[in-house]
Write a protein that binds this ligand. Structure first.
Ligand SMILES: C[S@@+](CC[C@H](N)C(=O)[O-])C[C@H]1O[C@@H](n2cnc3c(N)ncnc32)[C@H](O)[C@@H]1O
Length: 269
């Protein structure tokens, strides 16, 4: 074989590889929608915290551990169906599964809101959204809108959400104030956030301390961000289930991140 033929063969192989990479990245971008552009985001990104109101913030759970979220004994350990029965989600509602992971709850929420309702499933790890897509496709569920959020902006449409569910998520926020401000903007006036956090008060809950929160700590952080406790459900084996509504008497302190940083925008629908 001549040197010239060898060179063309090398170019064709490289070309085919480049095409594969391009097609894969286009498919990924289509699902992940407006993935933030790294250069632009870095310049406007507010500084993440390590400690907030005396609480050490936990590391984000990596997507490689996603199987744990759909483990068989999750129902018996956490009584997920009892939680959903007490969530009060109505058919036709717009709900958000914030920090959805691989969509363990998104799929169930999608069934609860029905065809007239919508589930906004937000996560910061695109891989989690791909897992969610596969699970939703296999189940034939079409009323889930995946949103690739940023660490400081949930990128939800304004004034449109009835209920934001956060299961085992809030304690991971590196920008709790920014995230709560973004969620507040997205909630309808009578919308609620429902937080589920493993009970820090209970040493028998077999979860690492950094991934647990006390009721008192949750309340301190939520009230400092313009929310008030409106309801709680105390019958789950491991978790607090706390409902927070907007506190309309609250005034944001100076410098509070009421608006999303300049380069952030709601995801396309
Ligand atoms: C422990 S998992 C819980 C997943 C899901 N809620 C469940 O219970 O099955 C926490 C998830 O929150 C996501 N997360 C962390 N910080 C986030 C943020 N600022 N915005 C959206 N998702 C976030 C992580 O990527 C991870 O998928």
């Amino acid at each position: 074989m001549t040197k010239r033929t060898n060179r063309w063969r090398r170019i064709s192989v490289l070309g085919a590889l480049a095409l594969c990479v391009l097609l894969t990245s286009q498919t990924r971008a289509a699902w992940a929608q407006d993935e933030p552009r790294p250069g632009r985001q870095a310049s406007a990104m507010p500084r993440g915290l390590e400690v907030y109101q005396g609480r050490v913030i936990a590391q984000t759970m990596h997507f490689s551990g996603a199987e744990w979220l759909v483990r068989e004994n999750r129902e018996s350990e956490e009584r997920c169906s009892l939680m959903l029965t007490n969530l009060g989600v109505k058919p036709g509602a717009n709900v958000c599964d914030m920090g959805c992971g691989n969509g363990f709850y998104s799929l169930q929420l999608a069934r609860l809101v029905g065809e007239q309702g919508q589930v906004y499933a937000v996560d910061v790890q695109p891989e989690m959204l791909y897992f969610l897509r596969d699970r939703a496709d296999s189940a034939g569920i079409e009323n889930i809108s995946p949103i690739l959020g940023s660490m400081y902006d949930p990128r939800l449409p304004r004034d449109s959400i009835d209920l934001v569910l956060m299961v085992d998520v809030y304690h991971e926020f590196s920008h709790p104030q920014h995230m709560l401000a973004g969620i507040r903007r997205a909630l309808k006036p009578d919308g609620v956030i429902v937080l589920l956090e493993y009970r820090a008060e209970d040493p028998d809950v077999p979860i690492k301390p950094l991934h647990k929160m006390s009721k008192e700590q949750v309340d301190l952080e939520m009230t400092s961000n313009g929310f008030k406790l409106v309801e709680s459900f105390d019958e789950l084996p491991w978790q607090h289930m706390l409902f927070y509504g907007r506190d309309e008497e609250w005034t944001a302190p100076d410098g509070y991140p009421n608006e999303a940083p300049g380069n952030s925008r709601p995801a396309r629908r």
